[in-house]
Design a protein around this ligand. Sequence first.
Ligand code: GLV
Ligand code: MN
Ligand code: MN
Ligand code: MN
Length: 398
Amino acid sequence: MQIDAARFLADLHVLRGFGASGVGKGVVRPAYSAPDLAARDWLAGQMRAAGLTVAVDPMGNLFGLADGPSILLGSHSDSQPEGGWLDGALGVVAALEVARAAREAGGPAISVVSFQDEEGRFGVTTGSAVWSGHLSQEDADELVDHAGVRLAAARTVMADRVTGDVDPAGFTGFIEMHIEQGPTLDTTGEHIGVVTDIVGIRDMKITFDGQQNHAGTTPMHLRRDAFQAVSAFNALLNDRLRNVITPSTVWTIGHLALHPNASSIVPGRAVFSMQWRDGDADRLARMEQVIRDTADEVAQARGLTLGYGPLLGLEPVAMDRRLRGALAEQAEAVAPGRWREMPSGALHDATNVSRLMPVAMVFVPSIGGISHAFEEDTDEADLVAGLEVLAGAVARLG
Ligand code: GLV
Ligand code: MN
Ligand code: MN
Ligand code: MN
């Protein structure tokens, strides 16, 4: 099959126009926002033009379906609240181009997907989690975003686009192309990463409730200050996790809401996200215990009440040997000696889809290792090399 690199790059740039941040090539396209819907409508049009049948499931996952059994390619087109132009979008647009090229050449049947809420406005890879059966629609509907909006309410904006459930039985496998989102390939100067496995993740909200009070008159020793508790918790946790972690273990408090968030008020309430990732499920469980014990100790010592949101998570998964082998052979053909096998520290829809069918992933470098930021970018030559690996691997798999 003959891929059209110029058509692929042009489509990528059209997609970044939906929710363009005005800062670099960055985008603001969170799940179910107006730019997300507009992007999905445009993608649906591209799918139709490629001869695919458009289907949207109740979560808002968007599929372009080939006739009969097919290999599924894609990723997600929602973004982080401050996102890069390639995170997710690359895999969807590459899938479209390979589907078009295969059709033009009478090649293998290829379906395309853009999953909804991969970036976790409501949880962790929510759209593919529901499609794969990892999360029930009922449980997903109860999830709330940081502004207190329920997923059940948010997804109503897509209601008139929904065509029904999409049966995974028609797909023989799933390949997701993505940017690396880390520094490895950029540092080594290699052009392609063939993923071996994807780390596991745990994510939960923690709440400290103390006493809101006057910031001028309340003596320090009488305060039940929720921010001081978060600060103490973080310092203690960093110290205690040292006995549990490896160099690739990561943990993050990325969202913190203080109430009422005013200079002259001792904050009475702090709600924050606690997320941790590792390739070993046992280690994730040990970290959870340390996190809960530490939060408990801090709350007790400071006279605060402690609350937890639901524990969300995905297990570490290995990529399928056959699909991965096809990507590796094609990587060697496209970039001889300039590619590597590597684990993914970022999460992907492929984790959920692995419950349903064989999955594999291919990475291209991220300049400076930057992602989940407006500065995210990749050299054009690497974008095209990744597309060539994806297309060639699909052709090999026939
Ligand atoms: C998903 O983007 C992740 O946080 O890895
Ligand atoms: Mn992504
Ligand atoms: Mn992302
Ligand atoms: Mn992601």
